[in-house]
Design a protein around this ligand. Sequence first.
Ligand code: GA4
Length: 334
Amino acid sequence: MVVLENPALEHLPLVNLHAKQTPSFSGIPTIDLSRPNAAALLVRACEDLGFFKVIGHGVPQDVMSRLEAAAVDFFSRPLADKERAAGVANPVGYGSKKIGPNGDVGWVEYLLMQVKGGGRGAEPVSALLKQQGAEELCSVLEAYLWTVRRLACRMLELMAEGLGVPQRDAFSRLVADEESDCMFRLNHYPPCPPLQGMPGCGLTGFGEHTDPQVISLLRSNNTSGLQISLRDGSWVPVPPDQSSFFVNVGDSMQVLTNGRFRSVRHRVLANTSKPRFSMIYFGGPPPRERLAPIPGLMGEGEESLYREFTWSEYKKAAYTTRLADNRLGQFERW
Ligand code: GA4
């Protein structure tokens, strides 16, 4: 079993496992992309929760399990090897427990990569990995990123259709461009030792946050831990499903839809018995792209809730914040 170096459990954030439950919550919506009603269901899920599960997605099981196996193999290497192979995260590279530059920590180790051209490669981390003998990880990454980017575009097109936006690629073009600023993250949450003398407390794997990008596509092994926050502030667990994708709306999409779609807060709790592995594709726009509500979506006299900004401005601002901060707050107009 891999144990993170220098655990220092007492310095990691805890969560109250007995927090209030929402009795009316009817579960995570599951959307079959091969069904004709997918566009309408996607829109409803993005408006209600900002989160849904996708089946009928067309990503071959083999690509998903090969990437998982390569990730398991990578994380099983000694710490110094992982740091050498990917570089120490800043922000891309290999990171252990430290998330972002502003003091956030979690019971997690990860590999964070920049994805050039909307999914055509994960340079420069992937070049480094190749030199260090992680060829299988590199080659399967390429196949995975290619299919997952296609899936992201397909869902974004369906969302535009479901919203009645005349331009089919109004959202998808943002993540499909040569210049699109996408990222990819492999996370490993080792099982954490039970917390002595602290009943009702769980250890944070990845603290609560919203994703800054347009859309995020997550796939994990069959270990629980992911939770999403509902509008009333309560947290609900997301039952794991290794053959499906979990999708969340990001801050940029909330802006593009003038608040109709909800950028959902989510977090991961460490599991006491099983390791969790997750892989997340973050579809982001080109740096110079101006983020503002899509004109075709605005009602008569409706004004933007946000002042205009570019993705590069937003990303820069995001890196000055803590994970749990409300990043869009400083861009709201009222
Ligand atoms: C959250 C979503 C993605 O994982 C990420 C994260 C990024 C990082 O880990 O470097 C950030 C975080 C994320 C939001 C606020 C800043 C930046 C850590 C952090 C404290 C890769 C992203 O794009 O934003």
